[in-house]
Design a protein around this ligand. Structure first.
Ligand code: HEC
Length: 268
């Protein structure tokens, strides 16, 4: 196991030279698949479901989410996702789209946190309202530029924490996010990893989430993406909506600022 992991790290660190042809064709296949799906991303159905959920009175208070303030005022969704995470004076916290949505489900609809987050991601045979709602909310920012300047002191602090986590090596394999995502052209098992420390790289990634993952047959939210990357780094998995994940999001969105949103994306 250790040897395999070390081989993996070496591969990541050195880049793969010999299998460039195989990689090329795999990337071509993925590109073709993307093109094929571009006309009908399966996530668009989820987006419609999310819109219906947003408008439907639900929960113990039988209220819709239409008065939810995602940062631009109650009910104002257009461009809101592109400006998250941000500091919210009512909770005195920096919140991302998902933590803010859960906050609204609790305060407006009367769900408990456990109820609201019970199915935060889907499994075969088990839908996730959060996935649908976030897909809808994300789509309402299409065409808007990511804009997270992190000027509020709390936002600036979270951006710093996120940057620290990104570069800090730890865990049994001494991994950091930067080991996999800190350079151009790195690949793991034929997948492009993306350099998340430049505006272009972070922009290409962040502007396309939430994303439909072909390999998973499901839309993943940014929380799920990052929690799974913590697992890939062999770090202890943080809980859903953890501050460490939100901090990483602030750092990445700040880096990506200026990039035009286009969700839901399609990923391997
Ligand atoms: C062992 C390598 C590895 C480590 C460490 C790692 N990741 Fe990832 N990351 C991946 C892989 C593999 C993908 C998926 C690429 C694909 O499927 O196209 C990915 C995807 C991503 C994406 C989406 C990129 C896109 O273009 O859509 C983001 C954002 C991300 N990782 C952030 C992080 C952060 C933040 C950390 C540190 C907590 C981290 N990753 C640690 C391997 C890693």
């Amino acid at each position: 196991m250790r040897t395999r992991l070390h081989a993996l790290v070496a591969t990541v660190a050195l880049g793969i030279g010999g299998t460039a042809v195989a990689q090329g064709s795999t990337m071509d296949e993925i590109a073709k698949y993307r093109e094929m799906l571009a006309d009908g991303n399966p996530a668009e159905l989820l987006e419609m479901k999310g819109e219906a959920l947003w408008k439907k009175p639900r929960g113990p208070r039988s209220a819709s989410l239409e008065q939810c303030d995602m940062g631009l005022g109650p009910g104002k969704l257009e461009g809101a996702y592109a400006q998250l995470p941000r500091y919210f004076a009512d909770t005195k916290k920096v919140m991302d789209a998902e933590s803010r949505l859960v906050h609204c489900m609790m305060t407006l609809q009367g769900f408990s946190e456990t109820e609201a987050t019970k199915n935060w991601f889907s499994k075969p045979g088990q839908d996730s309202d959060i996935e649908a709602l976030i897909t809808y909310i994300g789509g309402q920012s299409n065409g808007a530029k990511i804009n997270v300047p992190a000027r509020h002191p709390e936002e600036a602090r979270m951006a710093k924490v996120g940057e620290y986590i990104f570069y800090r090596r730890s865990g049994p394999q001494d991994f950091s996010c930067a080991i996999c995502h800190g350079q151009e052209g790195k690949r793991i098992r034929l997948q492009d990893l993306g350099k998340l420390t430049s505006q272009a790289g972070a922009g290409a990634a962040m502007s396309t989430w939430p994303s439909y993952r072909v390999s998973q047959g499901a839309v993943w939210t940014m929380q799920r993406r990052l929690i799974d990357c913590m697992r890939q780094a062999r770090w202890p998995e943080p809980s859903y909506l953890a501050d460490s994940i939100i901090a990483l999001e602030v750092f990445l969105q700040k880096t990506a600022s200026g990039t035009v949103m286009q969700t839901p994306g399609i990923k391997r």
